[in-house]
Design a protein around this ligand. Structure first.
Ligand SMILES: C[S@@+](CC[C@H](N)C(=O)[O-])C[C@H]1O[C@@H](n2cnc3c(N)ncnc32)[C@H](O)[C@@H]1O
Length: 252
């Protein structure tokens, strides 16, 4: 039975795809992958005769046409997106088109680049008494962001932030953030997290723009911002010996 699988390829390291995602790629007759960001090694283990399309040079109607053709031939399609497809993946418009065509589909999640970047930095976004909120966003560029979601307004929360698609505008990002965060707020920029040529630059809002320029980082990077990158925090209640919860009685 034909089916389209939207699969999160993970951030780059080919071992960071889910078992389910890997299996679906192995079984697929047609693979459409985001060639500008997905590591080609992720689709290396495929059927010998699988047809492969790189969506980087395709339009939405072209992608849907390939899916439609595959469905007519009762084929399995793996639509492979970088990281997790629900984040800046432009999958909704594809899913809606499939709904209209009555083509069955399923989404297989993936490891997003923002969590992969935290892992590479060995940091936790939700440090007790530092921040319990993570904001995923991007700076307005050639495509707009809704009013009310400007970086300056989001910065007012001083939450942990992961900024996608914006490193090429690092100077503007810093200027917007400085309207609310102090200039000594830690920032880490991770380019191609988990790839072999990953680059990490760490600093503060005061110096990160220059460091990013010096490191020649212009794309495929996460900008992580907030005091969760620092070293002051409270210990968690979950593992506090005096704290009682559903699974453990505290000492007091
Ligand atoms: C179109 S968005 C796709 C995001 C993806 N769906 C995800 O969950 O990571 C592309 C942006 O994601 C970020 N990105 C993707 N892969 C990355 C990686 N391996 N390391 C750092 N940032 C990455 C960059 O900000 C890049 O500009």
């Amino acid at each position: 039975m034909t089916k389209v699988y939207f699969i999160g390829a993970g951030p780059g390291d080919p071992e960071l795809i889910t078992l389910k995602g890997k299996k679906r790629i192995q079984e697929a007759d047609v693979i459409i992958y985001a060639g500008s960001l997905v590591n080609p090694q992720v689709i290396a283990d495929r059927k010998e005769n699988a047809q492969v399309y790189n969506s980087a040079s395709m339009t939405l109607p072209e992608v849907i046409e390939v899916m439609k053709g595959a469905a007519a031939d009762d084929k399995i399609v793996a639509r492979v997106h970088t990281g997790d497809p629900s984040i800046y993946g432009a999958i909704r418009e594809q899913m809606d088109a499939l709904e209209e065509l009555a083509i069955d589909y399923e989404v297989v999640p993936g490891v997003s680049s923002f969590v992969a970047s935290a892992a590479q930095l060995k940091k936790e976004f939700t440090l007790p008494e530092v921040s319990q909120t993570v904001i995923l966003t991007r700076m307005e560029g050639r495509t707009p962001v809704p009013s009310g979601e400007s970086l300056a307004s989001l910065a007012q929360h001083q939450a942990s932030m992961a900024i996608f698609l914006s490193v090429q505008m690092i100077q503007e990002v810093v200027e917007e953030l400085l309207t609310a965060y102090p200039s000594n707020t830690p920032v880490a920029v991770v380019q191609k997290a988990t790839w072999e040529d990953e680059k990490i630059v760490e600093g503060t809002l005061a110096d990160i723009a220059l460091k990013v320029k010096e490191a020649d980082i212009k794309k495929t990077a996460q900008i992580l911002v907030g005091n969760f990158l620092g070293n002051d925090y409270a210990l968690s209640k979950l593992y506090d010996e005096n704290f009682t919860h559903e699974y453990r009685r505290g000492k007091e």
